[in-house]
Design a protein around this ligand. Structure first.
Ligand code: ADP
Length: 427
């Protein structure tokens, strides 16, 4: 029996299981738990590999040697490939091993350095010091502010086997924290948007109960304003509910097949009276020969109505809206499908959009001109809804605009698989 090999094999298994235990005890996310399970598996494989390597001195490396040599090569490779940053420290707090993810966080030159010159956050260093000294597992949240702020949860655990290495595993919480911040901002914005019309309605109720009680003319005027404000709240609630519903379904690909040109004609017809009020002419291209699109009919109608309605709202009085179709040869990189895409463009000859505002248009409640949007009955959610519907359909939204020269909003949608065979021509 090769006791060295067995000892290191057991050490690997112990480390893996300890890391898993710490993560589970620390309430780590599902991903971290899976990761810890991988570490445990790797360690068990290391045990098996260790048992096979029987030559004397194979695992005779000490902490003063290259730290990576302490680990059987299979375990080292698994640790190296883990997406979460991992650091192994000796009893004096010097780095024995840092995997690639850790080197990306702290810089590449870590070998044999004291941990205090690799990670500078006092809370993490204190936690490591305590774990090394007492063997008590610790967990601490910290942030690295530069170059881009990132948030981590650090887990430190000391091995019971000799050499008593301490493992530090970082779990990246940046995406979770950003999502929480975005949700908090969203709730604050939505409350603010609802509070404004609500304040107006309560104000007019007070006025009607008070000094305007017997003023026939004022009552009619105030009731009209109250009704407009109530409509605004209703539109806002409708849009908020739509957005939530679409977001909930975003991971479920749509199952239907739709004729997008037909839907565009329906959407334009539904908005005809609004267009007429602004003397705007809507022209929808024929779209003959266009393949069917894989999609949810109601959602795509909403997408088209939002774009055409915006083109009317922010277009010129007496202007034009053109809806046209093309067949784009393939999906943009990284998108579902990989087949042909139908491009639907809604173009207007209105005021256009400043260049710097274009990337922000699909943010919830972002408007180039808040007053103008409110006057035109906008909620600031229309394009966020368009983006999420396009995402759910495996498509995307492209916006082109120059101030004074109008805007073109183009949605790319994957064609229904059965409809794309035989179509190669770009319309
Ligand atoms: P809103 O309800 O305010 O129209 P959207 O999310 O639909 O919200 O649009 C966000 C903002 O984008 C609008 O407030 C407007 O400033 C700008 N915008 C959208 N469509 C157009 C367009 N066709 N021309 C000019 N600006 C537009």
């Amino acid at each position: 029996m090769d006791w060295n090999a067995t000892r290191y094999g057991f050490w690997g298994a112990a480390f893996g299981l300890a890391a898993g235990g710490v993560l589970i005890a620390g309430g780590a996310s599902h991903a971290s738990t899976i990761l810890a399970a991988c570490v445990a598996l790797a360690a068990v494989l290391a045990l098996i590999a260790g048992r096979r390597l029987r030559g004397p001195g194979k695992f005779a490396a000490t902490v003063s040697d290259d730290g990576a040599a302490l680990l059987p090569s299979l375990a080292r490779e698994v640790f190296e490939r883990l997406p979460d940053p991992l650091l192994l420290l000796d009893a004096s707090g010097r780095v024995v091993f840092a995997n690639k993810a850790m080197r990306d966080v702290v810089g590449t030159d870590t070998q044999r350095k004291p941990v205090s010159s690799v990670l500078r956050t006092p809370a993490v260093l204190n936690a490591i010091e305590r774990t090394i000294a007492t063997g008590e597992p610790t967990s601490v949240a910290f942030s690295i502010p530069v170059p881009v702020e990132r948030h981590y949860q650090a887990y430190a655990t000391r091995m019971e086997q000799s050499p008593r290495l301490t493992a530090l595993l970082l779990h990246d919480l940046t995406a979770v924290i950003r999502a929480e911040e975005a949700r908090a901002d969203f709730v604050a914005n939505a409350s603010h948007e609802l509070r404004t019309p609500l304040a107006a309605v309560s104000g007019f109720i007070d006025t009607l109960k008070g000094h305007a009680k017997d003023d026939e003319e004022a009552r009619g005027k105030f009731l009209d304003i109250m009704s407009e404000e109530a409509d605004r709240m209703r539109r806002l609630i409708d849009d908020l509910l739509s957005l939530t519903r679409i977001e909930l379904n975003e991971h479920v690909p749509p199952s239907g097949t739709v004729d997008i040109a037909g839907l565009a004609r329906n959407a334009a017809a539904a908005l005809q009276s609004l267009a007429k009020a602004d003397n705007v002419t809507i022209a929808v291209a024929d779209g003959a020969g266009l393949p069917a699109v894989r999609g949810e009919r109601d959602e795509l109608i909403q997408l088209l109505q939002n774009l055409i309605h915006n083109a009317i709202k922010y277009g010129r009085d007496g202007g034009h809206v053109w809806v046209s179709f093309a067949l784009a040869p393939s999906s943009p990189p990284g998108r579902r499908g990989g087949g042909a895409m139908v491009a639907v463009s809604v173009k207007d000859d209105g005021e256009g959009i400043p260049r710097e505002a274009i990337p922000r248009l699909t943010e919830r409640f972002y408007r180039v001109d808040v007053k103008r949007s409110r006057e035109r009955g906008g909620t600031g959610l229309g394009l966020a809804i368009v983006k999420h519907i396009a995402n759910r359909h495996g498509g995307r939204l492209a916006i082109e605009s120059k101030p004074g020269e109008g805007s073109t909003f183009t949605v790319f949608l994957p064609t229904a698989v059965e409809a794309i065979s035989g179509v190669t021509e770009v319309l």
